[in-house]
Design a protein around this ligand. Sequence first.
Ligand code: FES
Length: 91
Amino acid sequence: MKDDVIICRCEDISYGEIVEAIDSGLTTLDELKRVLRTGMGPCQGRTCSRLIARIITERVGGSVADMKSLLDRPPAMPVEIGILAGESDED
Ligand code: FES
């Protein structure tokens, strides 16, 4: 694959940047996420994480199935305190 091929299109991260990071010792999806921001775009890694997992396994071995996925975090959104207190819209 050419180095300039974009793998994470949300964060505009190329294959070459990912390979360089892996060769410098970053060998998990979370490590690459912290350094390159892969998986932090609007799709939250749904588009790129499997591709990146495959690149990692091609460079350092292992299998994609055994690779730990990106840390799942619940969506953050404001919630009115009344909803948490059990109030309904009619109150
Ligand atoms: S393509 Fe990587 S976060 Fe969306």
